[in-house]
Design a protein around this ligand. Structure first.
Ligand code: PMP
Length: 291
């Protein structure tokens, strides 16, 4: 058993270096490039109610993220899927779990070490208990912080180094009394929430920001768009401003962790969880259970 770093807050199993380890196993050291300079990509999928919706797509994306991050992905999708199946057996079959594959660079290069060695990939698959948040609804406000463009940050990968910008946006909003925030891109148009994609409805049409490279075109987002359209709902991907959200009939978010969640307040304005939110959530659950 490798060193434990603190204790894992919930039951956790991690596949790392040919074996499963329980708890918050040490995967990096002080000389690890990923720990020092942030060369980490990851993805997040879920198991809940005995389902694992779009698990394969999350593993495909972590390999794509690694490639775009210029780090060699070394785990074939079938291997990821096989390990996930193996890991899930260590938990209750209906447990709500977060399934997190990660890659990082182990080695820097000589002469400062900023340029990591793309061949020095290490990886793990961490699975842990994480209850599904109840769809009670979130309050949101406008964040003063923006999403960078690809020229400024590796936003084409689900890279850990993109997250402190989102974390400071969430903390800033939280300090002003909000659960989450709408973040803009550098052009000032709405990109997403601090940790999920965002949808709104107006006059019977559902809208969501068109992917422009500054934010994650989420797997749940894509799934919900397809499910709603399959159900006859008009879903339009377009440039949206904060004023569009301020005047929306309803707002909801999509993301792997919480799936589909309503927004029930934007600044001082209360909103109801609306019919499109309800439909999207029902369709997602039906998809998760029946494919
Ligand atoms: N945006 C951000 C910043 C996220 O962290 C997530 C969660 N992964 C999403 C959007 C939603 O993406 P997905 O549906 O693929 O989980």
């Amino acid at each position: 058993m490798r060193n434990q770093v603190g204790s894992a807050p919930t039951k956790t199993w991690t596949f790392f270096e040919d074996d499963w380890h329980e708890g918050n196993v040490a995967i990096m050291g002080p000389r690890t490039h990923g720990a020092w300079l942030g060369s980490v990509v990851f993805d997040g999928a879920r198991a809940f109610e005995g389902t694992t919706p779009d698990l394969d797509r999350h593993f495909v994306r972590v390999n794509v993220s690694a490639e775009r991050f210029l780090l060699k992905p070394v785990v074939p999708i079938e291997t990821w899927l096989g390990l996930a199946r193996e890991g899930l057996k260590r938990f209750d079959p209906t447990a709500a779990l977060y399934i997190r594959p990660m890659y990082w660079a182990e080695l820097g290069t000589t002469g400062g070490g900023v340029r990591f060695d793309p061949e020095s990939t290490r990886w793990c698959l961490c699975i842990y208990e994480a209850p599904m948040p109840a769809p009670n609804g979130l309050s949101v406000t406008l964040s003063p912080f923006r999403r960078p463009t690809l020229e400024c940050a590796p936003v084409d990968a689900k890279a850990s180094c993109n997250y402190p910008n989102n974390a400071r946006a969430l903390i800033e909003a939280y300090r002003r009394g909000f659960d989450n925030c709408l973040m803009r891109d550098m052009l000032g148009t709405i990109a997403e929430l601090g940790n999920a994609n965002v949808f709104m409805a107006k006059d019977g049409v559902v809208y969501t920001p068109a992917p422009n490279g500054t934010f994650l075109d989420g797997i749940t987002r894509q799934r919900v768009i397809a499910l709603l359209r399959g159900d006859g709902v008009s879903v339009v991907e377009k440039t949206l401003n904060y004023a569009d959200f301020e005047q929306a009939d309803e707002i909801f978010s999509t993301g792997n962790f919480s799936k589909v969640i309503p927004i029930i307040r934007i600044d001082g304005r209360q909103l109801q969880p609306g019919p499109f939110f309800q439909r999207a959530r029902e369709l997602y659950w039906a998809f998760a259970h029946n494919g």
